[in-house]
Write a protein that binds this ligand. Structure first.
Ligand SMILES: *[C@@H]1O[C@H](CO)[C@@H](O)[C@H](O)[C@H]1NC(C)=O
Length: 485
């Protein structure tokens, strides 16, 4: 394994792995107390409710809200990856935020900056951290769906920032990491078939994996790598996918049957790609559900959210919509038009070009929202001014604005809203404002990009508890508060 690992060198490593294969054959768990506070532009928070996430970890998610099952037939329950029991060791907050940095670098590597500076791009590509077994690009939320006939349940990390769905497959000729459920065995499924090398689908797989496919016997071989040395290599295949409590089936679903997989994907069986490419789960289920899906990411590991294909999944009463754009800068990604930020009810003075220069993508797998440097410094300045009554705490990895609330019973926190084109506002709830290590280190859950040309990313901490609707066909993205707890 050691010498095998030595062969892994970015960016050639997956191609190499394909060749090798052929030769051998907030997440802040804050209970926001109902605050009928007089100040409309602030949230009053009882410090005792700012629990560190570990206090609420549980293997058993709470039961679904009443009516959920019937209303959300095409719905899958969403749980936080670190709340699932499959994972043997939970990463520290510092590790989670370091991994988040690596994911952001991999996204930047896949989104061409508008200001083309090739030296900078080259430097970034080389500078990617190569940590075996980390979770780069793997997102943080899992859903369980069925694969094969008879169907076998698999828990997959879902990821709006990538396209390709894969799962570890028996007999794991090279390597499989530890997963919660039994590894999918294609020989036990009557509906499984391989995609052949001569099929046009085989050559098209490159667009979804960024790696040239190979050929084993007559079977198409894919390889995909996630920024660092996490990867999956195996057969490009088709089988029946089963979704939701009503068990809706999608025949001939194209996915990767991974015989060589590395990375701590949190005990999950693989990855569900929800990007824009034709092989993503959104595109492949389009004839059934339209290119329409929604999710709610829970803020506590004890509660569940949902991922729903098709309409009718959301509980939020009021949805606000903005434009959802595609861009040749990054064809897999969902671009939105972030146009401004308000703090404590005041819109910050930020030149519109700050946002248009970089563009913004929404991503389910990035934890902390990354803003253009000028936008972040404006937000940080306004927020820290309004928080100047509270003692500061040391930075937590990428989070530079932290507070020690241990000597306070309640704190008053300015509201933060993200303003999008079309007048849509994302009025952040507490889980979207603070990342809590413990009450002595409560940090503003935003970070700035280093470079004004780097794409901004709307991360999952800011999406917590909102129903987020991707109406891809209509080019709209919606936010609604109160989608889940
Ligand atoms: C799929 O292809 C692989 C490699 O050629 C082969 O070992 C396996 O038996 C094939 N499975 C089916 C169901 O054809």
């Amino acid at each position: 394994m050691g010498s095998f690992r030595d062969l892994i060198r970015w960016p050639l490593s997956v191609s190499l792995l394909v060749l090798l294969f052929l030769s051998t054959q907030c997440f802040c768990l804050i209970n926001q107390h109902a605050s009928n506070h007089k100040q409309l532009h602030a949230l009053q928070v009882e410090v005792s409710t700012l629990l560190p996430p570990h206090a609420q970890y549980s293997c058993k998610p709470s039961p679904s809200p009443k009516g959920m099952k019937s209303k959300r037939g095409n719905s899958l329950e969403v749980r936080h990856r670190h709340g699932a029991c499959g994972e043997s060791r939970r990463p520290s907050h510092e590790e989670i935020l370091e991994q988040d940095k690596a994911r952001v670098e991999s996204i930047k590597g896949r989104v061409k900056p508008k200001l083309v500076d090739t030296d900078r791009i080259r430097q970034k590509a080389v500078g990617l951290p190569a940590k075996p077994g980390s979770t780069v690009g793997s997102g943080n939320y899992i859903v369980t769906l069925g694969l094969g006939t008879p169907k076998k349940d698999l828990s997959l990390i879902f990821d709006t920032g990538s396209d390709f769905t894969w799962t570890q497959c028996a007999p794991c000729t090279k390597s499989c990491y530890k997963q919660k459920e039994p590894v999918f065995d294609p020989s036990a499924s009557s509906t499984y078939s391989n995609v052949t090398c001569t099929s046009p689908l085989c050559s098209e797989v490159r667009a979804a994996t960024s790696t040239d496919p190979g050929c084993s016997g007559s079977t198409c071989v894919y390889g995909i790598q996630y920024g660092d040395s996490s990867f999956s290599v195996g057969f490009f295949a088709k089988d029946t996918l089963s979704l939701g409590s009503d068990v809706d089936t999608v025949p001939n679903f194209l996915f990767g049957c991974g015989e060589n997989n590395q990375g701590l994907f949190g005990g999950s069986a693989g990855l569900l790609g929800l990007g824009r490419n034709k092989f993503s789960a959104v595109s492949q289920t389009a004839s059934k559900y339209g290119t329409y899906f929604s999710y709610c990411l829970p803020s506590k590991t004890t509660s569940t959210g949902h991922l729903t294909f098709g309409k009718g999944g959301t509980f939020a009463k009021e949805m606000k919509y903005t434009s959802l754009l595609s861009s040749s800068q990054g064809p897999s990604f969902y671009f939105v038009e972030l146009q401004g930020i308000s703090v404590g009810g005041n819109k910050l003075t930020i030149s519109p070009t700050v946002f248009t220069t970089a563009g913004t993508v929404i991503d389910s797998g990035t934890v902390i929202t990354r803003l253009p440097p000028d936008a972040y410094s404006a937000l940080q300045g306004a927020f820290s001014k309004l928080m100047s009554n509270y003692p500061e705490a040391p930075a937590l990895s990428i989070l530079d604005t932290c507070y020690d609330f241990s000597s306070h019973a309640t704190v008053t926190v300015p509201k933060i809203s993200l303003l999008f084109s079309g007048g849509a506002e994302l009025d952040l709830q507490l889980p979207g404002i603070f990342y809590v290590k413990d009450i002595t280190q409560v940090c503003l859950a935003f970070a700035g990009n280093d470079d004004a040309g780097d794409v901004a990313i709307l991360g999952n901490v800011q999406q917590l508890t909102f129903d987020v609707v991707y109406d891809v066909a209509a080019g709209k993205l919606g936010f609604g508060p109160g989608g889940c707890a």
